[in-house]
Structures are given as C-alpha cells and as structure tokens.
Design a protein around this ligand. Structure first.
Ligand SMILES: Cc1ncc(COP(=O)(O)O)c(C=O)c1O
Length: 377
C-alpha cells in the first residue's frame, strides 16, 4: 500500500474507532486528500479575489497534516525543524530566520520593532495596506508616494523623503494590488548607499511567480545590512493561506530583535507539518507556477480580444480596466458565480482579478465577453 493509502486507511480506521462514524470520516478524508478544484466561498462564489492558490495545499502536505493531528493535543516543538528546513531551502543560516503567523504577523512585528512616533513609514500608493493598519495602536507618520507612470515604486521620491530622518521603507515587490515589479537595480542602488537608520521591509510574498528579469530578490543583503528585512509567506505558492505561516529573513542581530516580539509555542503544529512536507517539494511549486501561467494566458487573450488594458503581472493576479463602475461590475460578476477583487483606490477604474484554475478563468472569460455584448464594459 502506498503512503497515501496507508494514511487514508490507517487514519480513517483509527479515527473512526474514536468517533464511531466510519463512513462520514472516510468521506472527509477523501475530501481532505482530493483536489481543491471548485472550492467556493460562503456565498458559493468562485474566489478570484484574494490572491490564493487555487490548487490548494500540496498533496504531501495534506498527508502530513492528517498524520500530525494525532499530536495536536500537545504543544508544538517543531519550530527548530521548520527553521532548519527553511534555512536549507533558502541557503541561509537558521539565525537569519523568524517565523510568524503568516507574513502578516511578520509585518506587524516589523512595525513594533522599527516604527515609532519619530520614525515615519514611507510607502507606495497603491500597495498592500497592511502595515498602515498598525497606526491605530502605535501612532506613526505615513508618507504615501504614488507609483510611477509605469507602475513601479517611485524609488527616487521615496529616497528623498527618507533622507529627512530615520524611517521605515516598505517595498512590496512584486506589488499588490498592481502585480507589477520595481526594478531591483534601482532598489539595490538605494540600499547600498542608505544609512543604517533607514529600515527596508521587503515584502516578497509573490517572489516565486516573477518572470521579469529586471527583478531579483533581496536576500543578497541580509548578511551585510541589518537594516533589511525580507518578508516571505507559505500562503501563496504553497497554497497555505489558511494555515498561517510566514517568515522573515534578516541579519542575525535583526532576527534577534524581531523574535523578541513573536509569540511562544509557534508555529501551529499543522502548519509546521504542512510546511515541512511542502519544502520537500512534491512538485507544488512547479504545478502552482504552471497553472498560474495557464490562467494568465486565458486572461491575457480575453482582455486583448476585448481591448481592455491591463498591467503587466508578475504575480498570481492582474489589474485590468473595466470601463464602468467597479461596484456594479463586481455585483454582475457575483451574479455569474464569481467573486472578483475589491476597491484599491485610487485605481477605481480597474479590477484586481486573482488567477484561479483554467476552467474558472474560462467561466470568467465567458462572463466578461457577455458583459461586452450587453455594453457593460
Ligand atoms: C504583498 C502581501 N504581503 C503579505 C500578505 C499576507 O500574507 P500572509 O499573512 O497570508 O502570509 C499578502 C496577502 O495577500 C500580500 O499580498
């Protein structure tokens, strides 16, 4: 019997003896190990709105989660194992790593560690807004800098502002919600010459999806520059958004500082099991990229056919024009069973569309084509 068969039958038998519900449990296990295709949100809409991975958690990770449930009544203890596996995977030291409850926790920790009343945040607009949200509990100034005409961070303007005093610079690269990249050479030139009092928070949530060779990641800086923190996640390419595991890669002294803010007994044991299995790579990365490229091709062809402009994407989503009112567009898509992205001011003439499975994108394509015949877009 193969491993999956063993897990399925062995776990089902064991758990069935506890719950007395063999058939229902067998169905649950089949679903847990089966494809995620067609997974809907609470209103039964196909989710093309939150930049999730439509393939779901990797099969090897699902097995690992089921196996780990047996120990889920115990406190964790797999922290070091995850850190060691990640260090090997990234080619960094274990002392460079800090784990968080998603990269969201890492972003919150960066705010706690670096931000303050006299240390402003310098951030693009539009970008991932999360870090700005922490102003409610810890007041700090925010300088928003519009993206350039070609949808890059305005490195020149951000740098000018940073010269005034110590500050935190948030780079979302590739950027959410635009999906675009900022030229890494420009960012590197700034980092190389920046004082240690300028902290760079480099959010690389979508790094694995990048195809543009003007982009490279920021890991090269972590040995040399304690003021650079690279933020990554298992939510996107590994399809683990609901399991909540992210991490920071930084200089060891900075990692010590970040870890002062983390909670004890992390990470969640099931997330740890899934991450360890995913890093062993059962092909989840390659499959995620391949399905994303397939979805992207369908969307590009459809938007080209309809003459709707879109931004070049290096992520698992795309920003495209809709020629009409955004809220009405969303409502009409929902009537067709599709949940598409929310408002991202000031880009209210665009919709952010997350890539799903190819058949889901076909559904989106036929809906938007129909909108054209009705004169709605
Ligand atoms: C740029 C960026 N950073 C961070 C996150 C948060 O991801 P998580 O907390 O799931 O790791 C997201 C989620 O969409 C994102 O788009």
């Amino acid at each position: 019997m193969d491993r999956r068969g063993f897990v399925t039958s062995g776990m089902a038998a064991g758990l069935a003896s506890i719950t007395g519900g063999g058939t229902a449990l067998g169905t649950l296990l089949d679903r847990a190990l089966g494809p995620s295709a067609g997974r809907r949100d609470q209103e039964a809409l196909i989710r093309l709105s939150s930049n999730e991975n439509p393939l779901g958690v990797a099969p090897a990770a699902r097995e690992a989660i089921i196996e780990a449930i047996v120990d889920a009544n115990r406190y964790g203890g797999r922290h070091d194992e995850v850190v060691e596996a990640l260090a090997r995977h990234l080619g960094v030291g274990t002392d460079n790593l800090t784990l968080g409850f998603g990269s969201t926790e890492i972003l919150q920790i960066c705010t706690q560690a670096f931000q303050g009343p006299n240390t402003p945040l310098i951030i693009a607009e539009p970008t991932f807004e999360d870090v700005m949200g922490y102003q409610d509990t810890m007041p700090f100034e925010v300088h928003t800098v519009p993206l350039t005409a070609d949808w890059q961070h305005d490195v020149h303007r951000m740098r000018e502002i940073s010269m005034e005093r110590p500050s935190v610079v948030y780079f979302c690269n590739p950027n959410n919600p635009t999906g675009t990249i900022t030229d890494s050479a420009d960012i590197d030139a700034w980092i190389a010459g920046a004082p240690e009092t300028t902290t760079f928070v480099m959010d690389e949530a979508y790094v694995e999806y990048v195809t543009d060779d003007r982009y490279w990641d920021s890991l090269r800086w972590i040995d040399e520059k304690p003021n650079v923190v690279v933020v990554r996640t298992f939510s996107k390419i590994y399809g683990m958004a609901g399991l909540r595991l992210g991490f920071a890669v930084s200089h060891p002294t900075t990692a010590d500082r970040l870890r002062e803010h983390t909670i004890n007994n992390g990470p969640n044991m099931l997330a740890a099991a899934a991450a360890l299995a995913s890093l062993e790579d059962d092909g989840i990365v390659a499959r995620s990229i391949a399905v994303n490229e397939e979805a992207k091709a369908i969307v590009h062809a459809t938007l080209d056919e309809l003459g709707l402009e879109y931004l070049p994407t290096n992520t698992n989503f795309i920003m495209h024009r809709i020629n009409g009112d955004l809220e009405t567009y969303r409502e009409r898509m929902a009537e067709r069973g599709l949940r598409v992205g929310r408002d991202f001011p000031p880009m209210l003439d665009h919709n952010r569309l997350s890539f799903g499975l190819p058949n889901e994108m076909d559904q989106w394509a036929s809906a938007i084509r129909d909108f054209r015949t009705r004169g709605w877009i």
